[in-house]
Design a protein around this ligand. Structure first.
Ligand code: FAD
Ligand code: NDP
Length: 455
């Protein structure tokens, strides 16, 4: 095989690309991976990892407060933002290096530069052409900027991670994962936060009770949540910035929100397919430019495959990883592994965090009829709040299908929600019934036991 001929070329060294290339190489496939930015992709460099480190940082303000109820004397705490950012960025650099070393160890060739598909078996990188039997597209996505006057001056989550000073006041636009998480982080770290959403509640698509609890908790923490408002323009006023918003229902009510300088838009992401040459070689793209791929990662071109955010499906790291590994297992390992897009659990690292798997009550009733589901709810103060002044309720909900007693949805907002829901996701995947939940002995005292004691 010549130097630039491979069994597999992977485009994009993010969650999906790294996982797929290493798994393919482990079966002996001669593999190259192309990356035009930092190795690690969105999750490692400007997503999950730096975000979760900021979430941990933000938790301390809550912990200092709780500690007083437990007899601790806690002096006035002060955040050194530059120190936090420097430590976070150093950790990200270490992870990046680990990923680079791992590619080398597993025998995957890293090609640095912007990839373009030249034909169904060829990719150009920096003017040089490489050939492969199979091509895996894993180029991910990028944040959307608002199409409003002055929108080009807004920051996105990428800009948030580049802030080297703590902002006094941040205006966040959007009610999805990123806006909710960044709002909680910034509030926890001590900034003033305003969140502007078009709907009445954040996190469209999640269970409505969870959304109601979240909105209340955000407001209770001091976040200003403006609902039913759509952004119209961003105007620079000397050193200050003004975001104009109007009634999202099309009404006349205009309102201007002034801030020191930081307006962050978190209004979704677009797949990275521009200029990639995919349409030219016959790969079908969707309305947002996403690669149309089936559960087995096939695109409309026989030897070109796609996984992860670029396909516009559940934009989550473990989804990209699992889809890529399953594809490599089937393609190079001769294993029948399939990727399942059913019952994907998810967590939102808000304060308090949310864990969710399966259907919301609204989705379940729409699918199985108003009388086709049974719903169990519980709202309580977790034990930690017995000795704290501020109490943040935990809310837990189970959705059960009447016809066969199967638990088809589990949702929680409260401490440790992400850790708790991961285990219950296994139970739902295995088809557990409410009777199975009832027959399971709880762990006491814990929050998770609530899921197995609901009547
Ligand atoms: P990516 O990780 O985006 O990787 C794609 C790579 O392709 C990039 O490195 C890019 O530079 C490269 N690339 C693009 N075009 C080219 C080209 N033409 N040539 C060469 N290289 C190219 N998910 C979770 O599960 N949990 C979380 O807590 C979470 N938090 C998040 C927080 C934020 C702020 C953001 C933005 C996302 C978060 N996500 C989270 C989503 C998660 O990061 C993505 O779902 C995941 O990274 C997708 O992996 P991927 O491999 O599809 O794409
Ligand atoms: P989301 O799709 O989660 O949310 C987008 C939000 O922006 C919605 O509230 C939407 O409102 C709003 N919106 C869209 N267009 C406009 C507009 N023109 N003006 C005002 N508001 C608008 O996207 P995010 O950017 O928050 O995150 C992208 C993806 O990254 C997520 O979907 C998730 O898959 C992934 N992610 C996962 C995380 C995790 O696992 N914890 C954390 C962070 C990101 P409306 O509801 O009105 O349409």
């Amino acid at each position: 095989m010549s130097n630039n001929q491979y069994d597999l070329i992977v485009l994009g060294a993010g969650s999906g690309g790294l996982a797929g290339s290493k798994r393919a190489a482990s079966y002996g496939a001669k593999t190259a991976i192309v990356e035009d930015d930092r190795v690690g992709g969105t999750c490692v460099i400007r997503g999950c990892i730096p975000k979760k480190l900021m979430v941990y940082a933000a938790h301390f303000s809550e912990q200092f407060e709780y500690a007083r109820g437990y007899g601790w004397s806690v002096g006035p705490a002060r955040l050194d933002w530059p120190a936090l950012v420097a430590a976070r960025d150093a950790a990200v650099r270490r992870l990046e290096t680990t990923h680079e070393e791992y590619l080398e160890k597993t025998g995957v060739t890293l090609l640095r530069g912007r990839a373009q598909v030249a034909d169904a078996h060829s990719v150009t990188v920096g003017g040089r052409e490489y050939h492969a039997d199979k091509i895996l597209i894993a180029t991910g996505g990028r944040p959307v900027l608002p199409q409003i006057p002055g929108g080009e001056n807004a920051l996105t989550s990428d800009g948030f991670f580049a802030l080297h000073e703590q902002p006094d006041h941040v205006v966040l636009v959007g009610g999805g994962y990123i806006a909710v998480e960044l709002a909680s982080i910034l509030r926890g770290l001590g900034s003033r936060v305003t969140v502007v959403i078009r709907r009445e509640l954040p996190l469209a698509g999640f269970d409505e009770d969870i959304r109601i609890e979240l909105a209340a908790a955000m407001r209770e923490s001091g976040i200003e949540l403006l609902t039913g408002r759509a952004p119209r323009s961003i105007v620079q006023k000397g050193k200050r910035v003004c975001l104009c918003v109007s009634d999202a229902g099309g009404g006349q009510g205009e309102m201007a929100i002034e801030t020191d300088k930081v307006v962050v838009f978190a209004i979704g992401r677009r797949p990275n397919t521009e200029g990639l040459g995919l349409a030219e070689v016959g790969v079908e793209l969707g309305a947002k430019g996403e690669v149309i791929a089936d559960d087995d990662a096939h695109t409309s071109v026989e030897n070109i495959f796609a996984v992860g955010d670029v396909t516009g499906r559940a934009e989550l790291t473990p989804v990209a990883i699992q889809a890529a590994r399953a594809w490599a297992d089937r393609t190079f390992g001769g294993k029948p592994t399939l990727m399942s897009y059913e019952g994907i659990p998810t967590a939102v690292f808000s304060a308090p965090p949310i864990g969710s798997v399966g259907l919301s009550e609204e989705q379940a009733r729409a699918k199985h009829g108003a009388d086709g589901v049974r719903v169990y709810k519980s709202r309580f103060n977790p034990l930690i709040h017995t000795l704290t002044e501020r109490k943040i309720a935990t809310f837990v909900k189970l959705i059960v299908r009447e016809a066969d007693d199967r638990v088809i949805g589990a949702h929680i907002i409260g401490h440790d929600a992400a850790e708790i829901i991961q285990g219950f996701a296994v139970a739902l995947k295995a088809g557990a019934t409410k009777a199975d939940f009832d027959a399971t002995v709880g762990i006491h005292p814990s929050t998770a036991e609530e899921f197995v004691t609901m009547s």
